[in-house]
Design a protein around this ligand. Structure first.
Ligand SMILES: [Fe+2]
Ligand SMILES: [Fe+2]
Length: 382
């Protein structure tokens, strides 16, 4: 390596982190600071009008004024509420996935790492709601707080830490149509609908009492949870995607894209694991699920027992589907993404219909509806 400073300053290194002096138009070198100063001194008159406009837009978009548009605030406030609710349900899952041995072992039938994956998903949701609320406060906005709605009892089984909950996992109707939606070229944004892969109607997804290790009952609950994990995360993936075209600030755009991307990562993991759910050999009076598999048993994909069903178990990447226009080629995407199907109101309606908020009071639903309506009405401020 040469110690000759004179020669090194005239050479450019492809991995150098400090810029060397730039040649000016006359061929002589001009320090970067001087160059920038002169550019500034040249004033607006030297810049094309479009450049000036771009820089003003850039400053605003980057939050230079540190003020968010009302639309961006509405999007973030709804997302904060949604993430708080996600955190609450994932926290309940984690307590039982780590602290209830029969449930832990049943989840491990889907994948040996299920308990730790559940724990990691919960950690991520904590970070999402915490970040979004702190970001709102950093911009002079109020954080979203749902603590006064923490009134639901939660599970009484071993592992549950007790305390009141925001969400109810004890009697859910789990929409499993995403399993088919992500394996066919249709798209709800074009009016397409998809059949359930398994009927999970009014079932618990966590145990409410201690069940025997290896019992059909606990396996059924774990299987149902395995599907619900993916149901929640695909909903989050679509929700964030619905907001992407509506944000004004590029910084809020980064938040929507980056946190939304994490929801997609979660969904893909759970979509893969749900396909491993084993068949449950029998029905249970307390679990009114219609038999849809051979021999009258509840069928879960992944057991390879139903020859009439296509083997989609390992087809977990999103199959290309209709997007924007049927005149365009099929495309592998998150779907749906239109507000009517994927937005805040759609999310609240879907979660409410699932029974996730059973036991909540009218004030809770009023607040959620208000936050959702304002978020869906947000428009990019051109
Ligand atoms: Fe999240
Ligand atoms: Fe999530």
């Amino acid at each position: 390596m040469s110690n000759d400073q004179t020669s090194s300053s005239s050479e450019t290194h492809p991995f150098s982190s400090t810029k060397s002096a730039q040649p000016n138009a006359c061929g002589s070198t001009l320090g970067r600071r001087t160059f920038m100063k002169r550019l500034g001194l040249a004033g607006a008159a030297a810049l094309p009008a479009g450049t000036l406009l771009m820089s003003q837009m850039g400053a605003r978009a980057a939050g230079g004024s540190s003020r968010l548009t009302s639309g961006d605030v509405a999007i973030l406030r709804f997302l904060a509420a949604a993430e708080i609710l996600e955190t609450d349900l994932w926290q309940q899952y984690t307590e039982l996935a780590l602290g209830n041995l029969p449930y832990l072992k049943a989840l491990q039938q889907l994948d040996g790492d299920m308990p730790t994956y559940v724990n990691q998903n919960t950690r991520d949701e904590f970070s999402h709601q915490n970040f979004i609320n702190h970001y709102l406060m950093s911009k002079g906005q109020k954080a979203v707080n749902l603590e006064h709605f923490r009134t639901l009892p939660g599970s009484q089984a071993t592992g549950s830490k007790g305390g009141k909950r925001l969400t109810n996992l004890l009697n859910l109707t789990v929409d499993t149509s995403w399993f088919n939606r992500y394996r066919f070229p249709g798209n709800p944004d074009f009016g397409d609908s998809f059949a359930q892969i398994v009927d999970l109607v009014n079932v618990p997804v966590i145990p409410n009492s201690d069940l025997p290790v290896g019992s059909d009952a606990i396996q059924f609950i774990a299987n149902a949870a395995g599907f619900h994990f993916a149901t929640i995360e695909q909903g989050g993936s679509s929700l964030y995607a619905s907001f992407a075209p509506k944000v004004t600030s590029t910084e809020v755009g980064r938040i929507v894209a980056a946190i939304g991307g994490t929801e997609i990562m979660h969904f893909l993991l759970w979509e893969d694991k749900a396909g491993n759910a084993p068949a449950v050999p029998g029905l249970f009076p307390q679990l009114p699920v219609a038999p849809n598999g051979p021999d009258g048993n509840t069928f879960f994909p992944g057991d390879g027992t139903d020859p009439s069903q296509p083997d989609f178990t390992n087809q977990i990447m999103p199959a290309p589907c209709k997007f924007i226009s049927t005149n365009l080629p099929l495309c592998s995407i998150v779907r749906p993404t239109l507000t009517a199907n994927a937005g805040a109101m759609a999310a609240v309606a879907g979660l409410t219909a699932s029974g996730l908020f059973n036991g909540q009071n009218s004030g809770f639903f009023d607040l959620l509806a208000e936050l959702a309506e304002e978020a869906d009405e947000a428009r990019r401020d051109e």
